[in-house]
Design a protein around this ligand. Structure first.
Ligand code: SAM
Length: 348
């Protein structure tokens, strides 16, 4: 198939390259920073895109320049037969990077099948090494399963594993060194994520955010010299190197947003295409797809959506902070009326 002329860009000149693909809104954890409620309004099952529908949409996206897809959720491993989807997507040779973000609870059982199906990379979310803390944060007793899943993924062949840690003041700021050392032992790169005020984070406050500067300060006190790795492109993480060569990342979306380089968009499990993690509206791609729209028609929807993109959600949030009016993004009652506003629906 002929590739679209290079250069589909939005109003700020940002290319369309990265697609976060949520395969389910369901999750088997209830992390306080993402899903503080026990019960949620779930997407109706019949609205979830089938694997074939996902593959058609990904084909259209890759025609337009997307070359990186990350499977996410909810918890992607809750989607039945996920390796089947991976196998379908892995046939799309324009995808240079096919990755998945998971909480790891179900990873031990599925790592081998996912690797064999053609998944390139895995990122596991790991906020603490302490089982009791894990239980307090996630309200589930699955910490041992996560650690087991991480090891199983490495054994399956995912050697370039990443570990994502949301850092929260008063929760895990005393574990940054332990987490880095844990990653070092496994050969996995740790990325510290600033706590973000996304939809669903109804307990968020600026006081609970440990900034990139504070994270670096904690690590400097322990390790001494830390150097930036000069390579930043559109990747959300800025990378740093310890004097022994160990690299780690910081994703400072809250205090140092990188909207100007953001080439990411998101597709929810029911086919809503979102241009920003903070976007309150999106384009429904399921409807035209199920109504028989041709790939060309879908393409033109995506092209016009991307060309009109003006989103810079994280910077806008930071602007509110400077005015002293930054608080929870979306209130609970509003979240209940539209699950698409939730982080767990749009995927991290
Ligand atoms: N269930 C999978 C997992 O846990 O990795 C994938 C979905 S989860 C929404 C994706 C990522 O978003 C996780 O690394 C999670 O820690 C992160 N996340 C969720 N809420 C967040 C928040 N308020 N601030 C920063 N990161 C958050």
């Amino acid at each position: 198939m002929i590739r679209e002329p290079q250069g589909l860009i939005d109003t700020f000149g940002r290319p369309l390259r990265n697609l976060r693909l949520s395969v389910t809104d369901r999750c088997n954890l209830r992390c306080q920073y993402c899903m503080p409620e026990e019960e949620y309004v779930w997407l109706p099952r019949e609205t979830l895109l089938t694997f074939e529908e996902v593959a058609v949409l990904v084909e259209v996206f890759t025609d337009l320049g997307v070359d990186k897809v990350r499977l996410t959720g909810g918890e992607p491993l809750l989607r039945k037969e996920l390796p089947t989807l991976v196998r379908l997507l892995a046939q799309n040779l324009r995808l240079q990077d096919l990755a998945m973000t998971t909480n790891g609870v179900l990873l031990a059982d599925q790592a081998q099948a996912l690797y064999e199906a053609g998944l390139h990379r895995v990122t596991v979310s790991l906020d603490t090494l302490k089982p009791d803390r894990f239980q307090a944060l996630t309200r589930r007793d699955s910490h041992a399963k996560v650690l087991h899943g991480i090891k199983a993924a490495i054994q399956a062949g995912f050697h370039n594993l990443k570990l994502d840690t949301v850092v929260m003041r008063g929760y895990n700021e005393d574990e940054l060194v332990d987490l880095l050392e844990y990653g070092k032992r496994l050969g996995a790169e740790v990325r510290f994520i600033e706590y973000m005020d996304v939809g669903g984070a109804t307990h968020w406050s600026m006081q609970k955010v440990l900034s990139r500067a504070a994270i670096l300060e904690v690590l400097r006190r322990h390790y001494g010299r830390i150097e930036p790795v000069m390579e930043r492109g559109s990747a959300p993480a800025e990378r740093f190197r310890l004097s022994d060569g160990t690299c780690f990342g910081i994703i400072a979306s809250t205090t140092a947003p990188f909207c100007s380089a953001c080439d990411r968009s998101r597709l929810t499990a029911d086919g809503l295409w979102l241009l920003c993690l903070y976007a309150t509206e999106g384009t429904n791609l399921r409807q035209p797809l199920r109504a028989g729209a041709s790939p060309a028609a879908l393409k033109s929807l995506i092209v016009s959506g991307w060309q009109a993109r003006r989103d810079r959600g994280a910077e806008t949030r930071q602007g509110l902070e400077q005015l002293g009016i930054r608080s929870t993004l979306i209130q609970l009652d509003q979240l209940r009326t539209d699950p698409h506003l939730e982080m767990h629906t749009r995927g991290g």
